[in-house]
Design a protein around this ligand. Structure first.
Ligand SMILES: [Zn+2]
Ligand SMILES: [Zn+2]
Length: 142
């Protein structure tokens, strides 16, 4: 337990796309928005955000763009073979990439701090009370 030399690794279900990350996330959020629900099939998705130069990706993803309610273009990347959702970029956060925590093989240094789009939370979905809750997106910062 010295200093943190995190090497988060992850991959999609079929393994065609994999990645390795240097260092800790900028932040981690649980998102209950309907796009996350529909793209994942789950009640919410946990996402860690990194600077793009922290991550090395192997394999090609397919992607799908949507315009978020902020007006920014959100691009989600997924494996074209198995459909596993992996990464996201947003024109409102240049140089930053989000990674689905569910695709990670280890979660060293990952800890959700906020929940966003909680207005879309399913009635039975219990979020950790320690999270800072935002009904919509988190206020823009940094
Ligand atoms: Zn795959
Ligand atoms: Zn979402």
């Amino acid at each position: 337990m010295s200093e943190q030399d995190n090497h988060i690794t992850g991959n999609c279900v079929c393994g065609a796309v994999s990645y390795q990350i240097e260092g800790a996330p900028l932040f981690t959020a649980q998102c209950c928005c309907s796009d996350c629900q529909k793209t994942s099939g789950a009640d919410h998705v946990t996402l860690s955000f990194f600077n793009q130069d922290q991550i090395a990706i192997k394999g090609d993803t397919a992607s799908y763009e949507v315009t978020a309610d902020s007006g920014n273009v959100m691009t989600r990347h997924f494996c074209p073979t198995c459909g596993g959702r992996l990464f996201g970029t947003n024109t409102g956060r240049p140089g930053v990439i989000s990674v689905t925590v569910g695709s990670m093989n280890n979660v060293d240094g990952v800890k959700p701090m906020v929940a966003v789009y909680t207005q879309g939370k399913r009635p039975w979905d219990v979020l950790n009370e320690d999270l800072v809750m935002h009904e919509k997106g988190a206020p823009a910062k940094k």
